[in-house]
Design a protein around this ligand. Structure first.
Ligand code: BJW
Length: 233
């Protein structure tokens, strides 16, 4: 670990599970009998916008009631103290990394607390519902959608992510099932680039065999323990 200077950390729903935010594929992974793959698509939104808006309105309201947990706080401490490059690439659309105090955070699947106007293409901060079709604060068109990346859409800032991976010495994946690409492929890119890879998860994921090391346990325990190791504590 003494050779490590630049770190890329990928986080998934598992890091927020102990804050009370449901994962996508645990516990049946259903919302009102719909699989996430059937709600989180542009086709689902075109077919039944009220259904999709209700799904996101409910989750947008819920995250504002939740608090960061020990894993978010530990990553924020690493972010504050780590002198090399560090990038937390999160697939999560909640804001718990930021509320935990981290600043080097990239939301590759978007953010619950933003709305994207498909008329003027501007993203605005948003906390309330969208199902009632409120006007865009910029152009007044009633064409706001959740600013999240659905299946078939391009995740955000991919060039920046791959740029960070090319410079990294260590890739760490926390609380993600490895079921969704391109994030699921980052570990293979990391291996191709010759860096160390570590997985922290409650249980082995679909991509566990790609990692040099997997540490199993709840994020609120394994993440602070790993951060303490990195900071020499
Ligand atoms: C704990 C824990 C605790 C629990 N402590 N751990 C066929 C083959 C390959 C790819 C494709 C294919 N067909 C289609 C594709 C592409 C498609 C895809 O991957 N589909 C799969 C279904 C196969 N991907 C896309 O369409 C993406 N776009 C794309 O590929 O564009 C083209 C492109 C090409 C080249 C380069 C770049 C791009 C877009 C994907 C968008 C995903 N969007 C969602 C919804 C976001 C908005 C919202 O929140 O609603 O993102 S889907 C959902 O899954 C969400 C998540 O970010 C994502 C990943 O889920 P995550 O975080 O891993 O959660 P879970 O529930 O799966 O796992 C939880 C984990 O936590 C588990 O491992 C537990 O063990 C663990 N855990 N408690 C620690 N306490």
């Amino acid at each position: 670990m003494s050779q490590i200077r630049n770190i890329v950390i990928l986080t998934g729903a598992g890091i927020s599970a102990e804050s009370g935010i449901d994962t996508f594929r645990g516990g049946g992974g259903l919302w009102e009998q719909h699989r996430v793959e059937d709600v989180a698509t542009p086709e689902a939104f075109a077919r039944d916008p009220n259904l999709v808006h209700r799904f996101y309105d409910m989750r947008r309201a819920a995250i504002q009631e939740r608090l960061p947990n020990a894993a978010h706080f530990a990553l924020a401490e690493l972010d504050a103290q780590w002198r090399g490059d560090l990038l937390i690439v999160t697939q999560n659309v909640d804001d718990l990394h930021e509320r935990g105090g981290a600043s080097r955070v990239l939301h590759m699947h978007g953010e619950h607390l933003k709305a994207w106007c498909t008329s003027c293409d501007i993203r605005s901060p948003w906390r309330g519902p969208l199902v009632n079709r409120p006007p865009c604060p910029v152009c007044q068109a009633r064409t706001l959608r959740p600013d999240v990346v659905w299946f078939g859409e391009m995740p955000y800032q991919m060039e920046r992510i791959y740029g960070a991976l090319r410079q990294a010495d260590l890739f760490v994946s926390i609380g993600t099932s490895g079921a969704v690409y391109p994030a699921a492929g980052f570990v293979q890119s990391a291996r191709d680039l010759g860096m160390q890879t570590l997985e922290l998860n409650l249980e082995r994921s679909q991509g566990s065999h790609w990692f040099h090391e997997t540490r199993l346990g709840p994020a609120s325990e394994v993440v602070p323990a790993w951060v303490a190791e990195m900071l020499g504590g």
